[in-house]
Design a protein around this ligand. Structure first.
Ligand SMILES: [Zn+2]
Ligand SMILES: [Zn+2]
Length: 165
């Protein structure tokens, strides 16, 4: 039996959570962020970042360990906490389930999530520019009215995925 390493197709369909630039740019950004808190970009941390790049959607720790079985869970948890502290990853909070992790939007790109209430799947999606413009205008109005200093927004669409409906 021949074991072939799965090659990344040259024309991979673009997924919102995936970095727009080459993976090396993401890794460079991760290295800088870790260095800024005096941490090294170790092999274990790289494995986590690679898993998140390839998934292109927020992953639970269980899902990360499924694709990175060589990583002991304790190491994965410790490194995820450090990557979170370095603002490389952020936790995606969805009610009633385990935390999911994704790469910071500054390392990838701005996106939203489709959350299925039946199977719990979470998919990254890029909103049409029209929606982003409207949300931005509305958010600025709310911020101005409440004296809130706005940085960004989050918007999850909740419903039933294609497989579940
Ligand atoms: Zn579903
Ligand atoms: Zn948005």
């Amino acid at each position: 039996m021949t074991v072939t390493r799965r090659q990344k197709p040259a024309t991979a369909p673009s997924s919102p959570g995936r970095p727009s630039g080459p993976e090396s740019e993401v890794h460079a950004g991760v290295g800088q962020r870790l260095a800024s808190i005096r941490q090294r970009y170790t092999g274990g941390r790289r494995l986590l970042v690679e898993a998140l790049i390839r998934a292109g959607r927020p992953l639970t720790v269980t899902e990360i360990l499924d694709v990175r079985p060589a990583l002991p869970p304790s190491t994965a948890y410790r490194n995820l906490a450090m990557l979170e502290q370095a603002t490389v990853v952020c936790r995606v909070q969805l009610s009633g389930e385990f935390s999911r992790y994704e790469l910071s939007e500054e390392l990838t790109r701005h996106h939203h999530h489709l959350v299925c209430v039946d199977c719990g799947s979470v998919v990254d999606v890029t909103a049409p520019a029209r929606l982003e413009d409207d949300v931005t205008v509305a958010a600025k109005e709310v911020a101005a009215a409440t004296g809130f200093r706005l940085e960004s927004h989050r918007l999850d669409l909740i419903g039933h995925c294609q497989a579940c409906s």
